[in-house]
Design a protein around this ligand. Structure first.
Ligand SMILES: [Zn+2]
Ligand SMILES: [Zn+2]
Length: 147
């Protein structure tokens, strides 16, 4: 990691190393607030803006990307070799990842049909997760019985 950053023209400081490590250990879809909490557990002297700046740096060097799901929270996702799609529950904010192999084939076909050269794509499905839709059903059903 240190060598990698050096090739990109950035210096690895102990603080930076800690923030990077926290990010890569945390897993995917971390918000700045969540990463900040995690970093503070390890070193309480690190400020919020330092965490934020370093997250931006992780994106800049291509190791993470911003995920905006329209709920006002920017999450950060590690960039992996395998692209994945997101199922986002608009109620409990749960994020489920899924394999997009089949979708990729379809998108490639659509691009070819339009002689379009794609650089990126996003697959996002917004709605309710199994638990939240089960809860909504429970609320809906008594009303249906009454009417
Ligand atoms: Zn993701
Ligand atoms: Zn949910």
């Amino acid at each position: 990691m240190r060598e990698f950053l050096k090739t990109k023209g950035f210096k690895m400081t102990p603080q930076r190393e800690l923030i990077f490590r926290a990010f890569f250990e945390h897993g995917d879809h971390v918000s700045v607030d969540e990463l900040y909490d995690k970093v503070r557990e390890l070193d309480h002297t690190i400020g919020y803006s330092t965490v934020w700046r370093n997250l931006k740096l992780i994106c800049k060097v291509g190791l993470a990307e911003e995920v905006n799901l329209g709920d006002g929270v920017t999450r950060y996702d590690r960039v992996t070799q395998v692209p994945h799609g997101h199922l986002f529950c608009t109620n409990c904010k749960k994020l489920i990842e899924f394999n997009v192999d089949q979708v990729v084939g379809l998108l490639a076909q659509v691009s070819r049909d339009h002689a379009f050269a794609p650089d990126s794509f996003k697959v996002e499905i917004h709605g309710l997760c199994a638990e939240c839709s089960a809860k909504t059903e429970q609320i809906k059903n008594p009303e249906q019985v009454k009417s």
